[in-house]
Ligand binder design. Sequence first.
Ligand SMILES: Cc1cc2nc3c(=O)[nH]c(=O)nc-3n(C[C@H](O)[C@H](O)[C@H](O)COP(=O)(O)OP(=O)(O)OC[C@H]3O[C@@H](n4cnc5c(N)ncnc54)[C@H](O)[C@@H]3O)c2cc1C
Length: 390
Amino acid sequence: MSTATADDTTWGTYDVVVVGLGIMGASALARLSRLGVKALGIEAHGPVHGMGSSHGETRIFRRAYWEGEQYAPLLQRSYDGWAELGEATSDTIALKTGGLFIGSRDSTLVQGSRETAQRCGIEHEFLDAREITDRFPAFRVPEDAVAVHEPDALMLFAERARLGYVTQAVQHGAHLAYGRTVRALHRTSGGSTTVSGDGWQVSCGAVVLTTGGWIDRFLPGETGHLVTPMRIPVYELDVAETDGRAHEPGRFPVFLHEETDGALVYGLPRWRADGGLKLGFHNRQLTPLDVDKARRPPSEAERHELWSAIRGLLPGVRSTGRATSCVYTMSRDESFLIGRSGEREGVVYASACSGHGFKFAPGIGEALAQLALGQPTTVDLSAFAPGRFR
Ligand SMILES: Cc1cc2nc3c(=O)[nH]c(=O)nc-3n(C[C@H](O)[C@H](O)[C@H](O)COP(=O)(O)OP(=O)(O)OC[C@H]3O[C@@H](n4cnc5c(N)ncnc54)[C@H](O)[C@@H]3O)c2cc1C
């Protein structure tokens, strides 16, 4: 590993510089270096920090995507990519827990998950209330509830995945600079880009911009009106001991539940003996955020609201446990912006959050690398073109 020191003012020349090493930047950097590209990754914080969106232990991966079948090719590419990362790092990056998407028969979640699964050939089952509670004993649902069950859905280990990509990048020759905030990008008359911070600069052929909630600092005209960073609480609640292993992988899938008022709650199994269930609202408790400031921790009222929403569904879950706040960078249509910048020549970028981007990181990293190298992308990205809002 090569890390620039405070004395270095000019770090040399790279083919590609990746700015921001959350999961998207880490994946892109790994892909570039595996292709033999001379690449540098720059991150404002350290290797592990809680200021972006990629930290924490786990994430959901599912393909019966209620959000629509336009995501299917990128999901398939990413499904394969997670398996490849697991093999390459000899680490458990993903655990097959299955996924359960619960609601009323006409809920957006159930209808959308079922439609995508049918249209895209994703293996799934349709379960009634009795089948749900027989198969997954931690759950209690009303008699008219139904669910789509996707047996191949995964629980991803988020920090392991991100650090796995960074390690892979270094093993293939990438250079890293942590604790360095990029302040400016400048396109030279010679067709290269100068990336600079406080007292240092580096020159490159192309920039991959993956700065999450800070994307509008570099592309204000292009993304400023399209993305908004929002604070969102996330909880890890204790489970009653009498419930044995009912909340653990094998008997407890990753899940989404749509309530009658449209609120969407997600959850992941307890996978550590000293852990709880990871739970949160996906579309509630979102509040505007200054990304540079510490996140306000969840209030008692917010914790109570979450517990009230799940205590009927999951009677073994207690109101006690840990709670923290994270960032959802919401786009206007809750989808992703991926492409070449129209505002800055030589820059490609991905703003892929809206609370559901992590699972796509292998596919997005590959696409960003291809865009940076001027190659056609394996997956058609037209659904995610930033220009769709014009
Ligand atoms: C609570 C929560 C639960 C979620 N659950 C799921 C889930 O189950 N499934 C799923 O698919 N997705 C989920 N997501 C969404 C997913 O985590 C995000 O889509 C993803 O992490 C976004 O990654 P990113 O790399 O784009 O951004 P980030 O992780 O925010 O990374 C951006 C990085 O850029 C750095 N940076 C910013 N500015 C600069 C600068 N000027 N110079 C240098 N570095 C800079 C930042 O420090 C940061 O490290 C969840 C998100 C949250 C918050």
